[in-house]
Design a protein around this ligand. Structure first.
Ligand code: PMP
Length: 439
């Protein structure tokens, strides 16, 4: 039912938002269909970011809304502790069919943050289960985003997300990030330089002893920090070092999962299989909150070796495997498969890259990083401070009818995989205009 939108800003505490600024200049979306949002003034805005990197099949998919309303009417909720219902079993089987080889066991969560914390807990408990209880240290990476749980911000590497919250988890180190504007600016696809940054892991192993390290967690491609790609050979190198030392490798594929880089998962695109993989967002096309953690069969098996009568893993959420979320996810996976959307992302990648590289040479553009259907366009910082120019381009884009995402002085685009050439042309035109106006 249509209703008058409210712009009262008296009660909603907006997440990750400059609430005081927003009050004066609200941006409110009201409807979504295909590649477009409509805002509360009735303006059409091209969705350049698939919502928040999540609506990979585009907005307003009837199959999903029908599956969701059918499921609520049929059975709105059922517990999955010590009992269950068929849908998470069915969904887990479906995910195992598209997951990297061996990652056959699926634990359900409600978000990317919960997936990250669940993955870290699985890693720690697994090491204990196999008699390696001294392995308690965790290794993350600078500029990484693994959500906002205490585990996620501890291994995460975005300083603003950590600094207000005290000491966090002990025993955490961070690998260096892989951003290198000097050597890699304007690379097409994966940057050539930087594989050696993975070798820092060897130094940490020497420092702490492999017998004290449980897991390394990385985003195969860092999204929230501004689309930072792995240098050629980097993920392979991390895999070699972790395998050599019995350290688990966790990929956080909350953004890269479900076709964003052209395959179901980045692990497949770059030919590196982790031991644990987290996802969320595109799992349900963003329509219902849900996340998942996929683990190698050997990890699950280790949990099953304990005493018969005990619960093997004291962890779970009221809504793990929620029937409505499962219904949304199953309908979403069906769309991805039927419309061959991951393949479509690969097919349009060349056109997308050519269009993006037409922005090279515009004022203040210092880097363009793109793979699959995602890009980070970095700008020289404004004299008034870091992040100002990125925010200004984002704001101008929105005014000109394009939803982009600002992270510091980088603008990210990550359109739905249904994007067509005409949408790409329109996005680039609006973005180019916004860059010029913001310079
Ligand atoms: N991990 C990564 C890589 C993410 O990009 C995000 C969200 N952007 C998260 C975890 C957290 O997901 P959520 O916001 O659903 O908790």
């Amino acid at each position: 039912m249509a209703h008058e939108p409210t712009t009262s800003a008296e009660h909603f505490w907006m997440p990750f938002t400059a609430n005081r600024q927003f009050k004066g200049r609200p941006r409110l979306l009201e409807r979504a269909e295909g590649m477009y949002y409509t805002d509360t003034d009735g303006r059409q805005v091209i969705d350049g970011t698939a919502g928040l990197w999540c609506c990979n099949a585009g907005h307003g998919r009837r199959e999903i809304s029908e599956a969701v309303s059918r499921q609520i009417a049929h059975m709105d909720f059922a517990p999955t502790f010590q009992m269950g219902h068929p849908l998470p079993f069915e969904l887990a089987e479906r995910l195992a069919q598209i997951s990297p080889a061996g990652l056959n066991r699926v634990f359900f969560t409600n978000s990317g943050s919960e997936s990250a914390d669940t993955a870290l807990k699985i890693a720690l408990a697994y090491q204990r289960a196999i008699g390696q209880g001294s392995r308690t240290r965790l290794i993350g990476r600078e500029l990484a985003y693994h959500g906002v749980g205490f585990g996620g911000i501890s291994v995460g590497g975005m300083t603003n997300n950590r600094k207000a919250f005290g000491t966090l988890l002990p025993g955490v180190d961070h690998l260096p990030h892989t951003l290198d504007l000097q050597r890699n600016a304007f690379s097409r696809g994966l940057p050539e330089h930087g594989v050696e940054r993975a070798d820092e892991l060897e130094r940490l192993v020497t420092l702490h002893g492999a017998e004290n390290i449980a897991a390394v967690i990385v985003e195969p491609m860092s999204g929230s920090a501004g689309v930072i790609l792995p240098p050629v050979g980097y993920l392979q190198r991390l895999r070699e070092i972790t395998r050599k030392h019995g350290i688990l490798l966790i990929f956080d594929e909350v953004i890269t999962g479900f076709g964003r880089v052209g395959e179901a998962f980045a692990a497949q695109r770059w030919g590196v299989t982790p031991d644990i993989l987290t996802c969320a967002k595109g799992l349900t096309n963003g329509a219902i909150p849900m996340g998942a953690v996929m683990v190698d069969e050997k990890i699950h098996e280790a949990f099953m070796q304990g005493p018969e009568s005990a619960i093997e893993f004291f962890h779970g959420y009221t809504y793990s495997g929620h029937p409505v979320a499962c219904a949304a996810a199953l309908a979403t996976q069906e769309i991805y498969q039927r419309e061959n959307l991951f393949q479509k992302a690969i097919e349009i990648e060349g056109y997308w890259q050519d269009a993006l590289f037409s922005l090279q040479g515009l004022p203040n553009v210092t880097d363009i990083r793109t793979v699959g259907l995602v890009v980070g366009i970095q700008f020289a910082a404004h004299a008034d401070g870091a992040g100002k120019r990125g925010y200004e381009v984002f704001r101008q884009c929105f005014e000109d009818g394009l939803l982009a995402r600002a992270s510091g002085d980088t603008i990210a685009l990550s359109p739905a995989l249904i994007v067509e050439r005409e949408h790409i042309d329109a996005m680039i035109e609006r973005l180019a205009g916004a860059i010029r106006k913001a310079s």
